[in-house]
Design a protein around this ligand. Structure first.
Ligand code: FAD
Length: 401
């Protein structure tokens, strides 16, 4: 039996503590006065904790082979979550607790800690960890603790008000781990465009393509929110990690938005047919039931046409320009909102420095690193919590005596 200290009481630290306590004495150190603060915010308070498609294609990392090895444990981890009482409601492959309340997931994890007699020390913010012979010494500003093995589960930098302020990176760096550049992900994006004030507040279905240095990289379909600073919504979030990383590398980032993703692609024909179907109508009338009105006015203004114009009276050049504006609106992205407004951190401790079968550091024996602290970020849909659960579980299971 070893004395194990887990640093951080988020998803990854809670599950690691629960699993490690089956064989070891475990002490969980949490900087806040509560564990699992972030869990309460997840999935808009409903906690989307898992997905039926846990696969490397839904994540970004520099080391997909290691990630693949880690994710192979998903069935065992999922069965464990069920065995401690988390009962799912599944919508389109997204898993929520049946209660639809994030608080139930947090309560189940904390009750399980108590049941397994894990000692939790709150308001212990680890500022320094030293390795002295076979022991680790963990220090806060006024306390000190020695142990045989450490699991670092401090999270990244996303939403620092929940406790994840990036201090884990300094702790990992003090053991000579490399930190891949950290940037916000699952975050709204700021744009430079003349329409921002006019379209603020519009929500619409779109197909959005991400271009980096004029090359199309990724595409997402879904609802987007148009704001006075840029764009938001799930499909923007799913493109944001790649966008922020590219901006960091000083690359040109733009989005190309198709505001009519489910209509046919030959818009010239579509406009002609609609014009025939309802003749003698203005462009405003042709599009009345097709586009949100505020957005329609933005698209007219951007194309230099008037809402009173009719399709027939537009020049071929104007028609082409209008169709391009509706179906291929180019938006220059300048930056993202900050870590305060993001859901997850891209970058972190490189997976190449971790044994993916155990989550143990390849640099310091008996040091384990898990969760968002690592260089792995997933799409919206429960992938990030699932990674925190899986990596935390593996570390807890792998600690040897
Ligand atoms: C608003 C919001 C909504 C989200 N929604 C979803 C969702 O629906 N589905 C999904 O999959 N993901 C979601 N995420 C992301 C997901 O919550 C995180 O990826 C996941 O919780 C990370 O878990 P973690 O244990 O690695 O880190 P965290 O949950 O960040 O926990 C880290 C813990 O460590 C503590 N800590 C940090 N430093 C120290 C230190 N030096 N000493 C002691 N303690 C320390 C912190 O106080 C914190 O309690 C959301 C995130 C946000 C912000």
């Amino acid at each position: 039996m070893s004395k194990v200290v887990v640093v951080g009481g988020g998803v990854s630290g809670l599950i690691a503590s629960i699993v490690a306590s089956q064989k070891h004495e475990v002490i969980l150190l949490e900087a806040n006065d509560k564990c699992g603060k972030k869990i309460l915010l997840t999935g808009n308070g409903k906690c989307n904790y898992w997905n039926q498609d846990i696969h490397i294609r839904n994540y970004d990392t520099d080391h997909y082979d290691n990630l693949d090895t880690i994710l192979k444990n998903q069935e065992e981890v999922y069965s464990f979550l069920e065995s401690i009482g988390i009962y799912p409601k599944i919508k389109n492959g997204y898993y929520y607790p049946y209660s639809n309340q994030a608080s139930s997931v947090r309560t189940i994890l904390i009750k399980e800690l108590e049941r397994r007699k894990v000692k939790v020390i709150y308001q212990f913010k680890v500022e320094k960890i030293q390795k002295e012979e076979n022991q680790f010494i963990l220090k806060s500003s006024n306390q000190e603790l020695a142990c045989d093995q450490v699991i670092l589960a401090t999270g990244g930098k996303a939403c620092p008000k929940t406790g994840s302020d990036g201090s884990g990176y300094f702790l990992a760096e003090s053991f000579h781990h490399c930190i891949d550049k950290v940037t916000p992900s699952l975050v709204p994006l700021k744009a430079n465009d003349s329409s921002l004030k006019d379209w603020d507040g519009v929500r619409c279905d779109s197909k959005v393509s991400l271009y980096i240095d004029n090359q199309k990289i990724k595409e997402e379909v879904g609802e987007i929110q148009l704001t006075d600073y840029g764009v938001s919504g799930i499909c923007i979030f799913n493109l944001s990690g790649c966008a922020t990383r590219s901006l960091e590398q000083k690359k040109a980032v733009s989005l190309h938005i198709n505001f009519l993703p489910s209509l046919e692609t030959d818009f010239d024909n579509w406009f002609q047919a609609r014009n025939k179907q309802i003749p003698n109508h203005t462009l405003e009338e042709l599009l009345e039931s097709i586009l949100p009105y505020k957005l329609m006015l933005v698209l007219f203004k951007k194309s230099g046409i008037r809402k009173e114009d009719s399709w027939d009276t537009l020049s071929e050049e104007k028609k082409a320009q209008f169709i391009k504006t509706i179906t291929d609106y180019e938006l220059e992205i300048t930056e993202s909102l900050s870590f305060d407004r993001c859901q997850v951190t891209a970058g972190g401790v490189s997976l190449s420095e971790i044994n993916p079968n155990t989550m143990e550091s390849l640099i310091i024996p008996h040091l384990y690193l898990v969760g968002e602290l690592l260089d792995v970020d997933g799409k919206c849909g429960g992938f990030n919590m699932a990674f925190a659960f899986i990596s935390g579980y593996i570390a807890g299971r792998s600690i040897s005596c």
